[in-house]
Write a protein that binds this ligand. Sequence first.
Ligand SMILES: [Ca+2]
Ligand SMILES: [Ca+2]
Length: 387
Amino acid sequence: MKMSLRRAGRSSLLLAVAFAAGCGTSNECPLGSCPLTDLHAKGDAEASAFMARYDQGPARAIETHPKETRLRDLRQLTFAGQNAEAYFSFEGDQLIFQSTRADLVADQIFTMDLAAGGLRLVSTGLGKTTCGYFLPGGRRILYASTHLDSPVPPAAPDPQKYGYVWKFNDGFDIFSAAPDGRDLRRLTSTPGYDAECTVSPDGKWIVFTSMRSGDLELWKMRTDGSDLTQLTHELGYDGGAFFTPDSRRIVYRGLTPAGGEQEAAYREMMQLGMWRPGPLELRIMDADGANKRTFLANGASNWAPFMLPDGERVIFSSNLHDTDPKNRNFDLYMIRVDGSGLERITWDEQFDGFPMVSPDGKFLVWAANRHGVRPRETNLFLAELAD
Ligand SMILES: [Ca+2]
Ligand SMILES: [Ca+2]
């Protein structure tokens, strides 16, 4: 999203003054003593009036690609800014996602009521956020945010210098909050990247990606941040994890450098907190880190694996049909966790990623560039998933 510095500065100030929803306790506020009034304290009417700036109208029915025979009743859910990583609540009635829209200068976390369609900003409005997720029963939400590191969002890596890279910003920590953003609690406080947090369906564990050991690894902790356990110890990228529907296993993406030049290049980029997208494998392990197994390794970037309620199939994003990461033509695929039954789900010639299937298995939500008003505008889409 392009925006002049002047406008960005004014917007940040406006947000800081008008909205300090994340300042649930004084020691959590990035502005020190947190003198700002919590918007919630002003009452629901004022909060609703504030949220109206982020609204965008109802979902819109759109055409599917002729080859997308698994998808029915396709609907576009967002129409403004950049939107990604939409995940269903465990009850299937809401989505939580990240968006840069209206006066925001970086991604913030929103929830969307799927029946009513309204949006609610639930993160602080400061810093940059990612990876929102609901706890079962809708009693709490999680997200990763840099707002305690700085109210100003971290700058993106210079594409002229680094090309297309993924950046793991040091300032990210994981927070939980009430579903409306109140009662913000910090769950991680170790220096370095902590993000990509998702929750086990039994509500007991959070799995997340951390750089605290010096390499990207998966860790788990209780929903209050206790019982921290490291699950991966292998050199290389281990991340993007989701529990299986029975909460007993974890699917994730990973790549172990082959040694020599590949390992040196990986280590060099990790020093900068960056990853240059290339091959990624899909893996599964027990929830205690035992029995790690790769079930898809094909030289492509395979990522965002999410297991369907049948406990057998995994939906994920891949560029296996077009492996140049610069083209960003990712599509959604399904595969059985035994490695059989690979099937392509989406066919649009632009980005399709971040798939998730509703807990009842009936709906697919994902983020895509199709129907964007601007190049590489990413919106959220919902479809019935035909079996
Ligand atoms: Ca690792
Ligand atoms: Ca595509």
